[in-house]
Structure formats: structure tokens, C-alpha cells
Design a protein around this ligand. Structure first.
Ligand code: WT7
Length: 660
């Protein structure tokens, strides 16, 4: 059972050595340390052995790794050939496991799950791949997905992998404008969508949004549409196509394309601190190997497990830990179409009981939202099948950690706080169940093959680890790992400038970190102007540019502030153009502006109309001051001696007091 002991810095250490972690892949902390040391001493040896053991190759590779972080020219498994869909599907069918359940689809309405076996998924994927080939989708053609959480989203991703067409999945909560920007940037001639989405009992007009998005993209050849609700949607002659009738005519076999280890498997757009979103590229072999290995070891996958990651396929979590990671292990993966609160706060636990879920992976923001409803919903269901509880997306506050541990895991299940990013492709800092002591709020220690370093943000010098002492800095990785993003679509310079040039020889995560006296990592959050709202990453520059595109706005500055449920809330300070007045309608209009340029999830909590912004005498915006004001911590503004006009701060403090 759980053993609690206080550590020197005061936080509680839980060692969960219940039956739930017995026999886990990595048996003890000592074993982890030894394996980790070996893996970072000889990454090529470590990953080379795993690649040959865990993946199915069409042609063996010649060299495990070439290139360097310094030069940004990394390549893994050089000369190797493989196909990711074959690794996720065919090999399990060939092993005689075709009848095993690959995907459980938990629909929006409870009690309506649909199961697909590996053989069924293989057939569906091949049929979709054949439709794509029929209409001219070629190897290397980027394909955009704007899909709800239906199994077809996973099928299409795998069909793309099968024919070597990199997918670009755009989260279905993005607006038409945001979708257009992503379709345009990657110049994708092919789009997959559904008539509508269904979430929490409400319909989402996906096809309509796609129509609005691509009306100006005349390079789009085909829009392939699945039926989810059967709604009457408009279909453009010659461009739009219903998938269901097309699929009927297709053979359930499609030969997998021979892909190079370094061919792109997908692009995924993510927000940075400046400019437009970046299309991060993930490779074929390195990505699938890392997704497979991390999923197996971190979630301690075993035969018969039912693994549920309740994220959306529109984010990297869905790519790596709903689709690719579990399927590359031949595991049963659950796709969840609904929300944690629909029809009530017991929905997740209903899913766990109904499907005998063994691993459950969610985000701190969802846990915090559920905590508000008290522990009763967790008591109504049988949660005894659970072994491992994962979290991802933002630091988990100890209160949420403890609630998850106590009420969901009944103090038997390891809480696996996984730190990673869209860029890293898979989890890079995490406890291993049964091996790593758990500390609430800490993602603990690096995964195998990950060599972390804490750097001083100013000097770039290594902050050495001294046992018994706590230290802080920015989190960097010292040597490459197989699934790190290789480039930004069409903009390698931006890739270099964002990740590899800030600290030459290192990969820079953009996150601040504290390392405690035992060497455990506590990621503290972004050190750049990237916001993390309910685990969704949004660039402050994106919100600002949405606002200034509005007729009434002269200038804006957006910052995050601590939010009880969302982790971070959004505050927008706005200077209006002359002749405009602050009215409720205008505020509403500005909010809608952001919703329509980015999406509803970027809707701000506060819009603060102001005649001026705090700037230094040289004209630099003081975001730190704005953050403190909206967080109601104006007594901790720090050094404001460089402010051009200190009275701006006073009037902002007054204004915010009327809003909060
Ligand atoms: C950023 C990456 C990785 C999938 C979801 C988000 C923050 C993520 C943790 C964690 C503390 C975390 C970081 C990171 N983050 N997981 N366990 N503890 N912070 O992917 O949208 O690329 O966002 O999320 O700030 O840089 P993403």
C-alpha cells in the first residue's frame, strides 16, 4: 500500500508498491538509474537495439543516428525502410491477433460503445487508403484532417501513413480562419472532415467550418466527408465527396508504401511565442519507435489491458498516446468522444467501469473541474481495474494530484505525471510505475535516452546538480532522441532559432524548471510568451494579432494569470482606436473576434480596455507588470524604474479591481 514519508523540502513522497505495479517493466529505482545511465551513455546502442526488437522493418537501417543538435541535421535509422500502419496493424493480424479489440469508441451518449478488432481496423484503413489513391493522393502529399473524435479520425491517420501521405490534423475546436491558415501553410490539396461533430450533447458544424475555411483555397482538390450525425450539409460539386459510398467499392487490402525512416509521418501545428503557428514535422521510424517504447514502459502495458487516453486526436497527446503508441503495442485503445461532465461528473468513471479500463490518462484541468463536484461520483463506480493514472499538459498542483491519487486511484495506482511537448513527439520526463517514487507536482526523472540539463537562462551555463541542493533554470536536452521534431514545415530557420540556437548544442524546451535536492524535476511553466489554457497551448502573439485585426483596436497585449480550473486564464489589455468607446457590445465583439480567428478555447477571461500600456522608456512592453496586475499581485511588481509613465500602472490596477 502507499507509504507516505516527508522529504527534506517538505513535499510528500508516495511510494506505490501495491499489486498494481508489481512485475512492472522496470522493477526498481536502482534498475531505472542503471538503465538510464547506460541509455544516455550510448544512445545509438540503446535505440538501435530497441528499433530492431520492437519494430517491423521492410529493410534494415545502416546507421542509428547521424547529425547533431548543434547543426540541426539529425537523422535516425538511416537507410531503414518501414511502414507505420503495418507496424500498428498488419503485424498483430499476422500474429493471429486479428480478433483482439484495437479500438473501443465511446460515443458521446453513454452506453453506446462500438468495438473494432485489429482485422476490422486494418480493413477500414486499407479501404480509406484505396479511396485516397483512387482520387490521386500521392506519397508526400500533405492531407489535412478536421475531424471529430470518431474512429474514422484514427483510420484516416493510419491510411495516410499507409500510402505515405503526411497528415496534418487540425483540432476541431479551431475556427475556420485558424483552419484556413493551417491548410494554406502546408498547402494541402486534400481534406478529411465529417458532417458534424457531437460533444456533450451538442453538435459542432465541422463541414460548414471547412467550407468557410477553404472557400479561398482553390488548390484544394477534394474534401472527403464522413457522416457522424447525418445532418444536411452543403456539398460542393466536384470537390466534396461522401466517404461511405466510396468505401463500399474498395478492396480491404492496400499494399503499404515503402517509407524511409526519415520520411515525414505527419505535420502538427503548434503555437509559439511569435508569429503564425509552426507546422512541426515528425519522422517515420524515430517517432513510431519512441511512441511505442514510451507507451509500453510508462503505462506498463500488458496483454489484456484496456488503455484509455481521453485527449483529442487533434493534439500530439492524441497522436502519440491514443493512436500510434497503443496500436504499435497491439493494445486496446479507447477513443472518447464526450466530455468529463457529460451527462454528469461521473462520466469518466462510468467509462472505466464499463470497459474495465486499466490505464487512464487525462489532464490536470479535467481533474480540477471534477474536484469541484466532490468525490461522490468516483465512489459510485467500480474503479478496481485501474492500475495507472496519467496526467499531461501542465504542471499538476498537489491538491489535484492528491485527489486523483486518493479518490480515483484509491492510493493503489501510480500517478504518472508526464512532461513533454508537441516537439518532443513523446513523453520525456516521467515516473515509471513501481520504480520511481512519486512526488506531487513533479514529473520526476527523464525517460531512457533523455539527457536533461538545467541551464542558467542568462548565461546559458550548466547549473550543476548538487545532491541535497535545490536549483532552477531552463530545461534543455543535451542529446538528440529519436522522436524529436526534425523541422518546421518550410521554415527550417525558424526551427533552428526556436529550439536549437538559443543554447547551442542543446534542445531548448521553452520551460522553466526546478530540480529538488533529490534531482527530481518540477517543470514550472513556459518562460516565453506562450500560454497554457486548460492544457491548450496558445501564443499570446496569436491572440494579440486577432485583436488588432478588429477595426476598433489600436493595440493589445495578452498575458496569462493563475486560474483555478484552467491552470492559466487569458487577460487581454486593449487600447481602442480614437472614436471608439468601451461598451458591453464592443467587449462581446472583441471576444467573438478571438473566437472566430482562433477558436472558442482561446476566449479571454478578461478584456481590460486601457488608454495606455506599461512600457519602458525605450518602448518595450512590460508583460511582467501586466501579469502581476491581473493576478492581483500589484504589490509585487518588482523593479519598475524603467517605466516611461508610472501612472499607467496605477490606472490599470484601479481598472482591474473593477473587473475581478
Ligand atoms: C507544454 C507543451 C505534451 C502534450 C500536451 C501539451 C506544458 C506539458 C506538462 C507536465 C508541466 C507540462 C509545458 C510544455 N506541459 N506537460 N506534465 N508538467 N508542464 O503539449 O501543447 O506542445 O504543450 O505544456 O509547458 O512546454 P503542447
Amino acid at each position: 500500500m502507499a507509504e507516505e514519508k516527508g522529504s527534506a523540502v517538505g513535499e510528500v513522497v508516495h511510494e506505490v508498491r501495491s499489486h498494481s505495479s508489481k512485475g512492472a517493466h522496470v522493477a526498481s529505482l536502482e534498475k531505472y538509474k542503471k538503465l538510464h545511465e547506460d541509455s544516455v551513455r550510448d544512445p545509438s546502442g540503446y535505440w538501435g537495439r530497441l528499433a530492431r526488437r520492437e519494430l517491423k522493418w521492410m529493410h534494415d537501417f545502416d546507421k542509428v543516428k547521424i547529425g547533431s543538435l548543434k547543426n540541426g541535421d539529425l537523422a535516425w535509422f538511416v537507410g531503414g525502410k518501414l511502414n507505420v500502419s503495418e507496424n500498428c496493424l498488419d503485424r498483430w493480424v499476422e500474429e493471429g491477433r486479428g480478433d483482439d479489440v484495437a479500438i473501443i469508441w465511446e460515443k458521446d451518449e453513454p452506453g453506446q460503445a462500438v468495438k473494432y478488432t485489429y482485422l476490422e481496423v486494418l480493413h477500414k484503413v486499407c479501404q480509406i487508403a484505396n479511396v485516397m489513391r483512387k482520387f490521386g493522393v500521392k506519397k508526400g502529399d500533405p492531407v489535412t484532417l478536421y475531424m471529430p473524435m470518431i474512429p474514422e479520425a484514427a483510420f484516416v491517420m493510419l491510411a495516410c501513413a499507409r500510402i505515405g501521405a503526411p497528415h496534418s490534423v487540425v483540432f476541431a475546436g479551431f475556427s475556420a480562419e485558424a483552419l484556413r491558415a493551417r491548410v494554406d501553410d502546408v498547402h494541402s490539396k486534400w481534406i478529411f472532415t465529417a458532417d458534424e461533430g457531437l460533444r456533450g450533447g451538442r453538435t459542432i458544424p465541422l463541414k460548414k467550418t471547412v467550407d468557410d475555411a477553404i472557400s479561398s483555397c482553390d488548390f484544394v482538390n477534394k474534401c472527403f466527408v464522413f457522416k457522424r450525425t447525418g445532418a444536411d450539409v452543403s456539398m460542393t460539386e466536384g470537390r466534396d465527396l461522401w466517404m461511405e459510398p466510396e468505401l463500399e467499392g474498395q478492396r480491404p487490402y492496400c499494399p503499404p508504401e515503402v517509407m524511409d525512416a526519415e520520411d515525414p509521418l505527419f505535420y502538427l501545428y503548434t503555437s509559439g511565442s511569435t508569429g503564425k503557428p509552426k507546422g512541426l514535422m515528425h519522422s517515420t521510424a524515430g517517432y513510431i519507435l519512441y511512441a511505442q517504447t514510451t507507451c509500453k514502459i510508462i503505462f506498463d502495458l500488458r496483454p489484456g489491458d484496456v488503455y484509455a487516453c481521453v485527449a483529442d486526436v487533434g493534439w500530439i497527446t492524441g497522436h502519440s498516446y491514443i493512436v500510434y503508441g497503443p496500436l504499435a503495442n497491439g493494445t486496446t485503445t479507447l477513443m472518447f468522444e464526450s466530455t468529463p461532465l457529460y451527462p454528469d461528473a461521473g462520466r469518466y468513471w462510468d467509462v472505466v467501469e464499463t470497459h474495465s479500463v486499466t490505464q487512464f490518462y487525462t489532464a490536470p484541468t479535467a481533474i480540477r473541474a471534477l474536484m469541484r463536484h466532490g468525490p461522490e461520483p468516483t465512489e459510485k463506480y467500480d474503479l478496481s481495474t485501474l492500475r495507472i493514472l496519467g496526467t499531461v499538459g501542465e504542471p499538476i498542483n498537489p491538491a489535484a494530484w492528491t485527489w486523483y491519487f486518493k479518490h480515483v486511484g484509491k492510493e493503489r495506482c501510480a500517478i504518472i505525471d508526464t512532461y513533454w511537448q508537441t516537439e518532443t513527439g513523446g513523453i520525456i520526463v516521467t515516473p515509471l510505475p513501481g520504480a520511481t517514487p512519486l512526488k506531487p507536482g513533479s514529473a520526476t526523472l527523464p525517460f531512457f535516452g533523455i539527457d536533461l540539463e538545467v541551464l542558467d537562462p542568462q548565461s546559458g551555463k550548466v547549473v550543476p546538480f548538487v545532491e541535497g541542493e535545490e536549483s532552477s533554470g531552463v530545461l534543455c536536452v543535451k542529446s538528440a532522441w529519436p522522436s524529436m521534431t526534425r523541422t518546421v514545415f518550410n521554415n527550417h530557420e525558424r526551427y533552428m532559432n526556436t529550439y536549437l540556437k538559443p543554447y547551442p548544442g542543446y534542445y531548448f524546451t521553452g520551460d522553466g524548471v526546478t530540480r529538488d535536492k533529490d534531482g527530481f524535476f518540477f517543470v514550472t511553466g513556459r518562460v516565453d510568451d506562450v500560454l497554457n489554457v486548460s492544457g491548450h497551448r496558445i501564443g499570446s502573439a496569436e491572440i494579440e494579432s486577432a485583436l488588432v485585426a478588429h477595426d476598433a483596436v489600436a493595440e493589445s497585449a495578452c498575458v496569462g494569470f493563475p486560474h483555478e480550473v484552467k491552470g492559466e486564464g487569458i487577460a487581454c489589455y486593449v487600447i481602442l482606436k480614437l472614436g471608439n468607446e468601451e461598451t458591453d457590445d464592443l467587449i462581446k465583439d472583441l471576444r467573438n473576434q478571438i473566437r472566430s480567428v482562433i477558436g472558442p478555447f482561446a476566449s479571454p477571461d478578461y478584456i481590460v480596455i486601457t488608454p495606455a500600456l506599461p512600457k519602458t522608456r525605450s518602448g518595450k512592453l512590460m508583460r511582467r507588470v501586466l501579469r502581476k496586475i491581473i493576478a492581483l499581485e500589484a504589490d509585487q511588481l518588482g523593479d519598475t524604474s524603467t517605466l516611461a509613465d508610472p501612472s499607467v500602472v496605477d490606472s490599470l490596477i484601479e481598472k482591474v479591481a473593477t473587473l475581478r
